[in-house]
Design a protein around this ligand. Sequence first.
Ligand code: AMP
Length: 508
Amino acid sequence: MNLARLLDRAGRVASGRVAMWRGTEPVATHAELASQAAALAGGIRAHLGLPPGERVALLMTNGPETLPALFACWQAGLVAVPVNAKLHAREVAFILEHSGARLLFTTPDLAGTAQEAVSGLLPQPEVIEAGGAAWRALLAAPVPPHPLEASEPAWLFYTSGTTGRPKGAILSHRNLLAMTQGYFTEVDSIAPGDAVLHAAPMSHGSGLYALPHVAAMAGQILPESGGFDPEEILRLLAHHRGVTIFAAPTMVGRLVRWPGTEGADLSGLKTVVYGGGPMYLADCQAALRVLGPRLVQIYGQGESPMTITVLPRQCHVDIEHPRYLERLASVGFAQAGIELRVAAQDGSSLPPGETGEVIVRAPTVMEGYWRNPEATAASLRDGWLWTGDMGSLDEDGFLTLKDRSKDLIISGGSNIYPREVEEVLLLHPEVAEVSVVGRPQADWGEEVVAFVVAAPGTSPKPEALDALCLERIARFKRPKEYRVVPSLPKNNYGKVLKTELRRWLERG
Ligand code: AMP
């Protein structure tokens, strides 16, 4: 099974139907998208000589070439490595080196980052700019989808690691097909005239949700802004029909609070799928009031993409149900085909009401982490994925996520691992010790706060610390506040007590 067959099929069956719009302008039919992917695949094989199984990185902002590039990788039997476009060149370089990518597709706006990222690598991956001369020269005689086993890797999904090093979850063709099929049974139906609006990066959730739309031979809408702009979204919703948007809770909140949204004609909006971070109850109720009965929540992670639980549309509007509010505050119940347990450390199942680690067994669960057997062994035990999320089930099987077992910060739907930020701040000569935690924040879910112990006789300035972060890590990971403190709270083993730091923040 090769996922490339989905686009190949749409290109034949729905050949003349529009498959992609930039804003309100049609840019390609299914036949055109499919033939572009096939010709690119042909070029990768014929001109670059990459054999099946090699990795191809995609450092791209959402554009008309993103989907053809992704499908071209699969068509040629290659493994796609989509990279978060907001990462620093150093972070991109790590992913390129670790994945062993031989080729890097990029968009013109990221060409500088791409060049900087490959500059120190040996061998250096070839960089090809989408739509540029090298891209056009690459288009060659089309090749059919390369025959693959379903267990072969399709997508290396790089998440940040708690050690500060990203880990690449190996998502096979089977994993992504199970995710795609799960969308139809659990999340929504898709009619041929419907479309997904990519307001979030296609390197993550939004790109994953391109797949069910390709499978349904439906369309893809790329906002001209390239990102999330409420005003533009409303304009697009007035033009298109049957639109689905995948959005992090932060984005849903921004759309809901946008002055033009309330009272706007939302008849073009079919569904808002939200997830990737906690949605607070009050925000969910506000979203329902403004957007109407269009919300579906999913809970998943890179290691089981978009697919662990679902809180379907009807649970959002079933206000007569005695536990309506509890359900609305939950992440829903296990999707069909997903076995889910809340487990104690020893793997035994905990009864309803008790909090433990969420563990799952499913056809969507990754094959393991790329070139990281230790992390794989820690996460995949006896066939179960240990998610690192703490939660509890109720009697009906609704899961409420509590704290994360790790100290992951989720800001605007993006994961920030404190250790990564701490490691950068510790490079500053005036920083003796540092600990980074998340503080609840209405717009972003959480924001980053750094507690800093100054080196003797110094007083580190926030500007200097900020500048250091800007040099080394993505902008969105920078602390919003630096608090200089005499010492950090620690336990008997000398480990910093982050729970105590969060308490300090609560107390102001
Ligand atoms: P990622 O691997 O980047 O997709 O991040 C996955 C993590 O985001 C999960 O392990 C959860 O901690 C969190 N997450 C995902 N979906 C939800 C949700 N619906 N509610 C709360 N947290 C979520």
